[in-house]
Design a protein around this ligand. Structure first.
Ligand code: HEM
Length: 151
């Protein structure tokens, strides 16, 4: 799958100007739509967490043209997420919530092409993150589901 790098970069440049709005929409919607993930974030300073998440999205977009850098960073992130108690089935929840936050912040720039570009990018990001996380194989079913949606 080849990603639409130009569209990812141009749409993200608009998101970069609204970091706080974006992360506020993201976490508000994540906890409203998927309350089951709330316990993972107890004792977490959400202001700091929002900054870290945003920084990692910047890194992803900045590394789209350097696949090795991207793959290594995401694999390491996947390994750390096991320790945070994150399971493969949580990734589609974060994916749909990220897309929702993009749609709200991009307004009229959220076109079917932009949506396709970001959902394909998230599928690749999830694949790389989970490749750095050794979960038993039967737990990878949600990943297969994400992949089948974008083939
Ligand atoms: C594209 C997917 C994701 C990205 C880019 C991402 C990014 C990050 C980053 C940068 C951190 C800061 C700590 C670190 O760098 O290790 C973090 C922490 C965390 N993430 Fe994610 N994450 C993703 C998916 C998820 C999912 C699916 C969940 C579960 C719902 C999750 C839950 C957490 C939690 C609970 C922490 C806090 C860990 C702690 O400080 O104890 N993340 N994430």
């Amino acid at each position: 799958m080849s990603l639409n790098i130009e569209l990812l970069e141009s749409s993200f440049s608009q998101i970069k100007e609204q970091e706080t709005e974006f992360t506020t929409h993201f976490y508000t919607n994540l906890f409203a739509d998927y309350p089951e993930v709330k316990p993972l974030f107890v004792n977490i300073d959400m202001k700091k967490q929002a900054k870290k998440l945003f920084k990692s999205l910047v890194l992803v977009v900045d590394s789209l043209r350097s696949p090795d850098v991207l793959a290594n960073a995401l694999k390491a992130l996947g390994t750390r997420h096991i320790q945070y108690g994150v399971l493969p089935e949580h990734y589609p929840m974060v994916g749909s919530t990220l897309l929702k936050a993009f749609s709200i912040c991009l307004e009229s720039a959220w076109t079917p092409n932009t949506e396709q570009a970001w959902s394909e990018a998230y599928a690749v990001v999830t694949e790389l993150i989970l490749s750095g996380a050794e979960y038993p194989t039967e737990m990878s079913a949600p990943l297969k589901k994400i992949n089948s949606l974008h083939r």
